[in-house]
Design a protein around this ligand. Structure first.
Ligand code: ZN
Length: 453
């Protein structure tokens, strides 16, 4: 192993010494005191006294820290951070027109600002990985490039699912490009950006099965299969969407996707509020992923997703905030808390409730694995995506049950340190990859949906 002069010890990039570590798997029991040693983006040692065996370039005193896996936000739309707080009281259709009629044509600076605002909130919340279902209609290479470039600059892991549609386009939306051109655009973006910096994945992001022709969906499926890309879309967000699918396909949207051969472990479906038992069986047997967005589903009055039945059927469940205009935060722990609590009045026995431990796993290992963005664990051999919170905080003191406290009391927690791919992206609450003050100043100059620069 590499050594430095004066030391015969193997080299490490970063060490957290004597932290309280919450691996967020199994029984979620914290390890303490625990050293976590990181080198070249990987956790190379984890345990009491391990730091002594390494020559660390940077050591952080972990005694006041709860160190856990970085969180994954598995569904958002970055431009909506410029439109939070708007259209209260409107259901999805009306809300979409109010919010997106202006957001759809942001200039490149606006797209970048939306990403940076989104990233700042995510990073402060301990989020290391995000799925940006990126919408600009009509889609343009410039807009996608601006978004991807911005995500690269944040230092986060990001899956950018380029939104496409060619069906049921409302009159207020500028006509999208022809379907073939949208697929070509996605293909070019994949060629340019997929795998960039080891942190960026490109994905196909059809808006919804009801908003795409079968030809477009099949073309996207072929591209995803050929390039090893995820397929990410909205499904059954509202009752209207659910009923439209029955009208169009004579069956549910999930059933239709299954018949098109588009359900698999690389397919993730946001919302799934109205899925029935047959749908859940299909999702489970194909290994498809559900992204649960409880805040957005409540804000827009869309309904309650049957997460407990998804869990019981063995469906892979992850969580998302959805865009900031339907939430209105990007707070993943808030979504995790609701994932656990929202089903409880509707589920018979307490033994069937979703526990804090299960809910936290939706935003850690499940999210990371579903999108190939890190591992969502604090363990040897795993990629070093970490969030460190102060134990001397109102949510975490006293130390009763860190997992429950993170889930049920953690929405106000701000990460002291955030590590992505082994790199300290947040240090002592300060984002090191971009100038947050500048981003806030720019945002303050954009009122409402921010059409001025
Ligand atoms: Zn969405």
């Amino acid at each position: 192993m590499a050594t430095v002069s004066g030391s015969s010890l193997p080299r490490a990039d970063l060490v957290f010494e004597a932290a309280r570590v919450l691996d967020a798997t199994g029984d979620c029991r914290p390890l303490e005191p625990c050293d976590v040693v990181v080198n070249q983006g990987i956790i190379v040692a984890c345990g009491e006294g391990e730091a002594r065996a390494w020559d660390a370039r940077e050591t952080i005193d972990g005694r006041g820290l709860l160190l856990m896996p970085g969180l994954c936000n598995a569904h958002t739309h970055s431009p909506e951070t410029l439109a939070r707080g708007l259209a209260d009281g409107a259901p999805l259709g009306e809300w979409m027109q109010h919010v997106w009629s202006n957001l759809d044509t942001l200039d490149e600076a606006g797209v970048r600002l939306g990403v940076m605002l989104c990233a700042a909130e995510l990073l402060h919340g301990g989020v290391t990985a995000v799925v940006d279902h990126f919408r600009q209609t009509p889609a343009s290479e410039e807009a996608v490039s601006s978004a991807v470039g911005a995500w690269i600059d944040t230092g986060m892991r990001a899956t950018v699912a380029v939104m496409v549609r060619d069906r049921h386009v409302p009159s207020w939306v500028t006509q999208p490009l022809p379907a073939r051109d949208q697929v070509d655009l996605l293909r070019r973006c994949v060629g340019q950006w997929n795998g960039a910096h080891g942190r960026i994945r490109m994905a196909a992001g059809p808006s919804a099965p009801t908003r795409c022709t079968d030809d477009l969906l099949r073309s996207l499926g072929s591209l995803c299969a050929a390039e090893g890309l995820p397929l990410h879309m909205h499904v059954d967000e509202t009752r209207d969407e659910f009923e439209l699918a029955r009208q169009l396909f004579g069956k549910s949207a999930v059933h239709h996707l299954d018949e098109l051969g588009l359900l698999g472990p690389d397919t993730s479906l946001a919302h799934c509020v109205w899925c029935d038992d047959d749908d859940l069986g299909r999702l489970a047997s194909r290994g498809a992923v559900v992204v649960h967005n409880p805040l957005s589903n409540l804000r827009l009055g869309s309904g309650r997703a049957p997460v407990e039945r998804m869990r019981d059927r063995g469906v892979c469940i992850t969580v998302g905030t959805d865009g900031a205009a339907s939430n209105d935060s990007q707070n993943v722990l808030e979504a995790v808390k609701l994932a656990a609590l929202l089903p409880r009045p509707f589920v018979g026995a307490p033994g069937e409730w979703i526990t804090a431990r299960q809910a936290l796993s939706f935003a850690t290992a499940a999210g990371a694995n579903a999108f190939g963005m890190g591992d969502g664990r604090v363990a040897v051999g795993c990629r070093a995506d970490l969030a460190a919170f102060d134990r001397a905080s109102l949510a975490l003191a006293p130390d009763n049950d860190p997992c429950c406290q993170v889930v049920f009391a953690g929405a106000g927690l701000r990460a002291r340190h955030v590590v992505v791919d082994g790199r300290l992206v947040v240090r002592d609450h300060v984002i090191r990859t971009f100038d947050e003050r500048d981003v806030l100043d720019r945002a303050a100059g954009r009122h409402g949906i921010g059409m001025t620069d």
